[in-house]
Write a protein that binds this ligand. Structure first.
Ligand SMILES: [Zn+2]
Length: 133
C-alpha cells in the first residue's frame, strides 16, 4: 500500500485509524503486557469504560488476556498491587502512562524488563496525534 493511500483510508474509515492506534499502543511496550510482561494480546482500559473511562492513549494500556480478564472492572493500580508479579517500577510506569508521560512509562518498563525493546522510535512524535483519537 502506498503511504498516501493509508492516510486517505484513515480519513475515510475511523476503524482503520482505530486499528492503527491499537497497534501503536502495543508497540510502546514492545508488545508486552504492562502489568506482567507477557505478550500483550489486548488493550486494557485502566479506568473501565463502565466507570466512564475513555478510549484514549492515557487510559489504554497493552495487557495480556489473563491480566485484562482478571482485573475486570477494578482500579488497575489497586488490583496490580495484589498480584504476585507486582513490580514497583511497573506500577510507576502505569502511573506515568496514565498521566500521559509515555516517555517516562517506557523508560520505567525498560528498567523493569531488560529484554524489552522499543520498536517504535517515533513515540514522542506520535504521542500528541493519538491523544486526539
Ligand atoms: Zn499480563
Amino acid at each position: 500500500m502506498h503511504i498516501n493511500d493509508a492516510v486517505f483510508l484513515e480519513d475515510l474509515c475511523p476503524k482503520f485509524r482505530f486499528r492503527k492506534w491499537r497497534k501503536s499502543i502495543h508497540r510502546f511496550t514492545g508488545k508486552s503486557c504492562i502489568y506482567c510482561g507477557k505478550p500483550s494480546e489486548s488493550i486494557d482500559h485502566v479506568l473501565p469504560r463502565s466507570q466512564g473511562g475513555l478510549s484514549t492513549t492515557e487510559n489504554c494500556v497493552p495487557a495480556c488476556l489473563s491480566c485484562n480478564g482478571d482485573k475486570s472492572d477494578e482500579n488497575a493500580l489497586y488490583w496490580y498491587r495484589r498480584q504476585k508479579f507486582y513490580d514497583p517500577r511497573r506500577a510507576m510506569a502505569i502511573k506515568a502512562w496514565l498521566e500521559g508521560d509515555l516517555r517516562l512509562a517506557i523508560r520505567l518498563l525498560q528498567w523493569a524488563n531488560p529484554n524489552f525493546k522499543v520498536s517504535n522510535k517515533n513515540y514522542e512524535k506520535d504521542d500528541s496525534e493519538y491523544k486526539a483519537a
